[in-house]
Design a protein around this ligand. Structure first.
Ligand code: UDP
Length: 491
């Protein structure tokens, strides 16, 4: 192994220089960019390493380049992944992306760090690596080169705890692979969630029949690697996930809770924001016209519908959701991301009643400025896929949710929304017009007062956590201090 850049330049004191390396999907890239900006404003040098296939859409649809050009201490680097996608990929191609990263990105990344070429290009050594929890290979390179590594998990702590850190135990006691068809069987071995969790609430990969499935194997590895890193950054706040965090700290003592990250980011960056600055990190073009469409409606009357950046609906499922919305007789704003409805060509068989209602009371768009939408006074409920970012964005605004989850952490999140945080209704494993209609009526009318009371409490706690003396602000300051300390102790 050649000498690292650090070894070659060991006489000069190092300045803090963080390498950020997210998994190339909308949610994680968005979170990592927000963290990057928070580190930049605190004077830390940042190199943001993005996979090629997501970097193009990001530059195409956002002002990230001009926004970050304000920071002389920030630079983008890209790394090939062998994927040639003009457009971002949906979740059904997740494994394809991970395979490509394994074959193409992994060796290049190792070369980049071990040879010191990345440090040379940025003219300063990388002193701390913040890598996506799923990138165990990147953490390993940090261990190998004695570079301090922090894991950043952008999925929810409740999923990380129940379905990642306990995956090994779930297999050991024979819960996995599932036997029989009773998904309502309680799961009692996960400390802190004994009275909440059923089989159906574990991460979606727990339903796989074959334990040698790459996703299971990758997760087992991830769960082993994270506790070996020097700290774990989580997008949550202490008050929301206190119980889980107290148990998780026994495994990973150094946890930084810096969420809701989008709010913390906004609170810190707003003073620098000119009216024209967009904080968007969207890899699709945002349709801003939906905001003026929302202006027409009274407070808390519109249902916002989105399944995030990766999930897909079959055409029939879409029709069920559509009927449910129409039958509830509420106005709706619905994001139908390009490629998110399979068999799109069946447009001709959409019943007229749906088209007519939608012309009067609906707005269907490709991609929304979601944070602004959820902050709009007209929104009264969110029919969501329960992605962790969407969940937090909804919690911050005090919007009750109807949760229809698809993958990974979404199945755990929806259970926590329904049973632990009481911030909405979990309709997982169903896609039925009657169930959707009832859930919409419940959150918008019948049970609105009950939900509003709880969601307002969470929204207030979220706001407190990012105030100057709040738990997430303190955690971010500690993270920044620790990055400086880790840098100063590097040899
Ligand atoms: N999002 C957006 N516009 C949309 C739909 C989603 O900006 O029309 C953003 C949303 O605000 C969130 C992210 O995309 O920050 C989705 O992340 P999440 O973790 O909720 O789900 P994922 O896309 O990873 O499944």
């Amino acid at each position: 192994m050649g000498k690292t850049y650090q070894e070659v330049h060991s006489k000069t004191p190092f300045e803090p220089h963080v390498l950020l390396f997210p998994i190339p999907f909308q949610g994680p890239v968005n979170c990592f960019l927000k963290l990057a900006e928070l580190l930049c404003v605190s004077g830390i040098h940042v190199t943001f390493l993005n996979n090629n296939h997501i970097h193009g859409p990001l530059l195409r649809h956002t002002q990230v380049l001009s926004r970050f050009s304000r920071y002389p201490n920030f630079r983008f680097e890209t790394i090939p992944d062998g994927l040639e996608h003009e457009n971002p990929v949906s979740g059904d191609r997740f494994q394809e992306v991970m395979d490509a990263i394994d074959v193409v990105t992994k060796p290049l990344f190792r070369e980049m760090i071990v040879s010191g070429s990345l440090s040379r290009r940025s003219k300063r050594p990388v002193t701390v690596m913040i890598v996506d929890g799923v990138f165990s290979f990147a953490a390993e390179v940090g261990f190998e080169t004695s570079t301090p590594v922090l894991s950043f998990e952008t999925i929810s702590p409740c999923c990380l705890w129940t379905s990642y850190f306990h995956l090994h135990n779930l297999i050991e006691v024979g819960h996995l692979p599932f036997k029989g068809n009773d998904l309502d069987e309680p799961i009692k071995i996960v400390v802190g969630t004994e009275h909440v969790l059923r089989k159906r609430d574990l991460a979606e990969f727990c339903r796989k029949k074959n334990l040698s499935d790459p996703e299971i194997q990758r997760t087992l590895k991830e769960a082993k690697t994270i506790p070996r890193t020097q700290g774990l950054i989580l997008n949550t706040f202490e008050e929301l996930d206190g119980l889980i965090l107290s148990h998780m700290r026994k495994l990973c003592p150094n946890i930084y809770t810096i969420g809701p990250l989008h709010s913390l980011h906004e609170a810190r960056l707003i003073p620098n924001k000119s009216p024209k600055t967009s904080f968007s990190n969207s890899i699709w073009k945002e349709d801003q016209t939906c905001l003026s469409w929302l202006d027409k409606f009274p407070s808390k009357t519109v249902v916002y519908v989105s399944i995030g950046s990766m999930a897909t609906l079959t055409f029939d499922q879409m029709l069920e959701v559509w009927h449910g919305l129409v039958n509830s007789n509420k106005p709706f704003l619905w994001v139908r991301r390009p490629g998110s409805i399979t068999c799109e060509n069946n447009e001709s068989i959409v019943p007229n009643e749906l088209l007519e209602y939608s012309q009067k009371m609906g707005c269907i768009i490709d991609w929304a400025p979601q944070e602004d939408v959820l902050a709009h006074r007209a929104i009264g409920g969110f029919l969501t896929h329960s992605g962790w970012n969407s969940t937090l964005e909804s919690i911050v605004q005090g919007i009750p949710m109807i949760c229809r989850p698809f993958y990974v952490d979404q199945l755990v999140n929806s259970r926590f929304v329904g049973e632990v945080w009481k911030a909405g209704i979990d309709v997982k494993d169903t896609c039925d017009r009657l169930i959707i209609e009832k859930a919409v009526r419940d959150i918008m009318d019948v049970k609105r007062d009950v939900f509003t009371q709880t969601t307002n409490t969470w929204a207030n706690l979220a706001k407190e956590s990012i105030s100057e003396t709040g738990s997430s602000s303190i955690s971010l300051s500690r993270l920044i201090d620790d990055i400086r300390v880790m840098t100063s102790t590097m040899k």
